[in-house]
Design a protein around this ligand. Structure first.
Ligand code: GLC
Length: 731
């Protein structure tokens, strides 16, 4: 093999171009990217190509010695590293090794799971979706990109835009909820936040749309499990957020663990090539999920690594994450003619293209700055605090027990989340550090300083059956004017491989809530979770309930500002809260049923606990008449709609108006309604604002069939806002 490689390198060497005497084209920053790609590719040996399509993990833990040892083990030809160290110095050493010790000096692309922040941790994506603040999600990703790049990370395995409708699935925390359009809009904001307008800038980070495609259909909410996705659902629900992300310029895509009607996503040519490239024009590269190539054997479509490699690469999977199957299998497959080298070349081309676009050949190293300059800057904390406050959803507020009234002079802050740092960060906490986190107790003490005394104890654990602290908690509750119970999930109860059969809190937490509520003091429950929670066990016994999700580094301050009324809650659910796991699937945009009022459970109410889009405020908003500029529409025209919303309460607030379209009669059965636009505005008390939506028939009224072909059919459509409906005709 080596002889062939040397011979090939000498041969191709003569075919390469030089922009001047000693400067090969690929090293010329002025040369067009495609010419640089071709010039470099032509110079590469088979071994160098194989290493480019390989990603290893690096820095398995934060033990400095290990990282040093692993650094020595890293081949200078490696194409990519799943890079876990925060040390810019180590990164520079690793990169310098690649550039100075390899023959062609190709920089390493370092990726990491920056899902909702790097060191400054923002709310989990599901929480961000409930904030409906597209701009702030984009800002959070811009900040994450800056902190990442200063740590040696060029590429994030984010945003996840899997449309999830089963809260038993732990990764529901990681996407933007149950709606395809909302996932798409938030995913685009994340892509643009990470990548900016120029990937070659030193604070730009390549995005990665994941998991392509259909991962969230995992049966029963189990992870990595069998998925049953109809072609119609694939095109109508699972694919749209990815198409929006690709059209927004996402640099990479990650293939998913699941299969699609028997063909694993990581060996699925239909999705990774025919759809992603041939139809959508994607020119980035596809990376596998962790070990997903090797797992093709477990999925029963490959007898050995070589077959897994062959199927994945020819399907369009360009880079192999961590299992090393490509590196071990490709030389043999090419040597024996099973796999044409051109197929490998195309994968290498796509990877090199990103490295050139990111300017890594010109600027491979990072400035070695202190953590105080790199991380947690005031602006970062401010965005984290604001986004966390906007993400929280007020679900119940009986007799306006919130915001905390002036006569409240002592607050009992109880529950396992009251003084908890680590679980406020949620899953996929990046390089978040628990000590950076403001606890709810710290937040309240700061916010209510001089106004109310905060007394606190946990009172109960997350689970188990220890009631030994109930009495102390009960005593604090009785001595206080308000009881705030901070309850919920540990961060590892959601996220990857964290499916839970029940959505209810552990019995000890439910019992504790009921016990504290029985003291007769006004009782508020703050629910920190990575998923919708079954609240039936306590909801009726408490006065207020707020979903705070896993709000991140500034979570405690955000909670405190909502409780004090400094910030008015504006969150709305991006995912339905079912009554219980058994009620699922229950999501808003279901298809029209044959007998909508029948076929219901005999032993469970039909409606969910809280529907998609639900959320309360401390003020009240009234909606005016839904107005259409006309009631007929032709193709190629647009139809303007507007509605006036008035804040007729006593405090300023933000309102998100959700615009739905439905297509009551079409050539196929369509969802009962589909979110097509939303807008969030601040409305001062006593004032009104007009919200507008301009209907574009092609964009908003057409639908894909099971082949992805879009159909726009004449007929009656319905526009719906906050229960107001108006019909119009496409003619
Ligand atoms: C995991 C996840 C994926 C993540 C990758 C790298 O298994 O499925 O979302 O980006 O591996 O950590």
């Amino acid at each position: 093999m080596m002889k062939r490689a040397i011979a090939v390198s000498l041969l191709v060497g003569s075919a390469c171009l030089c922009s001047c005497a000693d400067q090969p084209v690929y090293r010329d920053p002025e040369a067009p990217v495609e010419r640089r790609v071709e010039d470099l590719l032509a110079r590469m040996t088979l071994e160098e190509k194989v290493m480019q399509v390989t990603q290893w993990t690096y820095g398995k833990n934060m033990n400095v010695n290990n990282v040093e040892q692993e650094m020595k083990a890293v081949s200078p030809m490696i194409g990519s590293l799943l890079y876990r160290s925060t040390s810019a110095a180590f990164y520079n050493q690793v990169q310098r090794k690649a550039i100075e010790e390899s023959r062609l000096g190709i920089p390493i692309l370092c990726g990491f799971d920056v899902i909702h922040g790097y060191r400054t941790i923002f709310p989990i994506p599901l929480g961000q979706a409930c904030a409906w603040d597209v701009e702030k999600t984009g800002e959070s990703c811009r900040i994450a990109a800056r902190e990442s790049r200063l740590s040696g990370v060029h590429w994030t395995f984010s945003p996840m835009v899997d449309v999830a409708r089963d809260a038993r699935w732990g990764r529901v925390s990681e996407g933007y909820g149950e709606d395809p359009y909302l996932n798409g809009v938030m995913g685009v904001a994340a892509v643009r936040g990470y990548q900016g307008d120029d990937l070659s800038k030193s604070d730009a980070m390549a995005a990665c749309l994941k998991h392509f495609v259909g991962y969230a259909y995992s049966e029963g909410g189990r992870d990595y499990h069998y998925t049953e996705i109809s072609p119609q659902s694939l095109w109508e629900t699972a694919l749209p957020p990815f198409e929006m992300g690709v059209k927004a310029g996402a640099a990479t895509v990650m293939s998913a663990f699941n299969d699609i009607s028997g063909i694993p996503a990581s060996a699925n040519r239909y999705t990774m090539t025919e759809i992603l490239r041939d139809r959508w024009g994607f020119d980035g590269f596809v990376v596998s999920d962790w070990n997903a190539v090797e797992q093709l054997k477990a999925q029963g479509v490959a007898a050995d690594d070589a077959e897994a490699c062959l199927k994945a690469l020819t399907a369009g999977l360009d880079m192999d994450m961590v299992d090393d199957v490509y590196r071990r299998s490709l030389p043999g497959l090419i040597a024996d003619g099973t796999l044409p080298e051109e197929v490998l070349d195309e994968a290498v081309r796509r990877i090199l293209r990103l490295k050139f676009r990111m300017g890594l050949f010109e600027h491979p190293y990072v400035e070695e700055l202190p953590d105080s300059v790199r991380y947690l800057r005031p602006e970062a904390r401010a965005v984290a605090r604001e986004l966390a406050a906007e993400s929280m959803v007020l679900l119940k507020n009986k007799e306006a027990v919130l915001p905390v009234r002036g006569e409240v002079k002592r607050i009992a802050l109880l529950g396992p989340m009251a003084d908890n740092r680590v679980d406020l960060m949620g899953s996929w906490w990046g390089q978040g550090v628990a000590d950076d986190v403001v606890t709810i107790l710290e937040g309240l003490r700061a916010e209510f300083a001089g106004k109310a005394e905060i007394v606190s104890c946990a009172g109960c654990g997350f689970d188990g059956d220890d009631r030994s602290q109930f009495a102390r908690a009960r005593a604090l509750a009785r001595q206080s004017d308000l009881v705030v119970l901070c309850m919920g999930e540990k961060r590892n109860w959601s996220g990857e491989n964290a499916s839970r059969a029940s959505l209810a809190l552990p019995a000890i937490q439910e019992e504790f809530i009921r016990e504290m509520a029985r003291t007769g003091r006004p009782t508020v429950v703050l629910l920190s979770s990575g998923r919708p929670v079954d609240v039936r066990g306590f909801e009726s016994e408490v006065d207020a309930l707020m979903a705070i999700w896993q709000p991140g580094t500034e979570g405690g301050n955000a909670v405190a500002q909502l409780l004090s009324g400094k910030v008015n809650p504006s969150g709305r659910l991006a995912i339905t809260f079912p009554l219980c796991a058994e009620q699922q699937p229950v999501y808003y945009n279901r298809r029209q049923a044959a007998r909508p009022r029948s076929g219901r459970y005999q032993n469970l109410p039909h409606d969910p606990m809280y529907p998609f889009g639900y959320g309360l405020s401390y003020t009240t908003f009234s909606y005016g008449t839904l107005r259409l500029e006309r009631t007929t529409l032709h193709r190629g025209e647009r139809l303007a709609a507007e509605i006036e919303v008035t804040n007729d309460g006593t405090c300023d607030g933000k309102e998100t108006v959700l615009w739905y379209v439905s297509d009551p009669v079409a050539s196929i059965s369509r969802p009962m309604r589909e979110l097509r636009h939303f807008e969030k505005q601040s409305i001062p008390a006593g004032e009104s604002r007009v919200f507008r939506f301009e209907i574009d028939p092609e964009r908003d009224l057409s639908f894909p069939d099971a082949t992805g072909e879009r159909h726009l059919e004449n007929g009656t459509f319905v526009l719906e806002v906050n229960g107001r409906r108006v019909e119009f005709e496409l003619i």
